[in-house]
Design a protein around this ligand. Structure first.
Ligand SMILES: *Cc1c(COP(=O)(O)O)cnc(C)c1O
Length: 229
């Protein structure tokens, strides 16, 4: 299957059920991204700021770029002018920096709060208590140039479907609870980003409306480090 036909098949599967496809293009060359683009894909995600900025500069300007990887405070400035959605906000500190840089560019930056749901300690994210503390804080209330659009989570990397399903279920419950308590009047709190190539169908069953797919579209990633082209 070609990249273009993978995109078409996925869009046919996902569009009718209202699930947004983010094509995760990390480590992949621009030629691959352009093939997906030619098939109509406009939303792409990267996990590293440097690679994201290089691709943003080289590729068509109507691409909507999402950041899905961990964001360090000192790197926010490089993406603040153009980023469409940051999936990986995991502290008040980084949110404050995003707000500051967004203000400089006279814009509002859409963000998701990344929630730690996996049964592993290698993954970033806020736990339940931390996300509630953040949302209730005065510091958060003062941020006017960011908009929280929803939550993101990465499930455990396991063959055990039951565990993955429970983690997605837990995130959906948290999403519903947070929406009711903190965003009742904000229709824009409406994104639940969960599901990757290995588990996106399970994620959709559990209520995901945004999936982040890399290898399903572009094939396996063989190179670990991106080289600027
Ligand atoms: C790499 C990555 C993906 C896509 O992974 P695949 O298994 O290739 O679909 C999704 N989300 C995040 C946060 C990633 O880093």
């Amino acid at each position: 299957m070609s990249i273009a036909s993978n995109i078409s098949a996925l869009q046919q599967e996902l569009q009718p059920i209202g699930v947004e496809l983010v094509a995760i293009s990390k480590t992949k060359p621009n030629t691959d991204i352009l093939e997906a683009y030619s098939a109509g894909q406009r939303v792409f995600g990267e996990n590293q700021v440097q690679e994201l900025v290089a691709k943003y500069e080289e590729l068509p300007k109507d691409i909507q770029w999402h950041l899905v990887g961990h964001l360090q405070t000192n790197k926010v400035k490089y993406i603040a002018s153009f980023i469409t959605l940051i999936h990986s906000v995991d502290s008040l500190k980084v949110l404050q920096e995003i707000n500051k840089q967004a203000l400089k560019h006279d814009r509002t930056i859409d963000c998701l709060l990344q929630i730690f749901i996996a049964d592993e300690d290698t993954k970033f994210g806020l736990d339940h208590a931390e996300v509630i503390e953040l949302l209730r804080s005065e510091e958060f209330a003062a941020l006017k140039n960011i908009r929280i659009r929803g939550l993101m989570g990465i499930a455990s990397n396991t063959e055990n479907q039951k565990i993955v399903k429970e983690e997605f279920y837990e995130l959906k419950m948290l999403f519903d609870g947070i929406k009711t308590t903190y965003f009742r009047k904000e229709d824009s709190f409406n994104i639940l980003s969960m599901g990757m190539s290995s588990d996106y169908q399970l994620a959709i069953e559990q209520g995901s409306n945004m999936v982040r797919l890399g290898s399903t579209i572009f094939g396996k990633r063989v190179i670990k480090h991106y080289k600027a082209q």
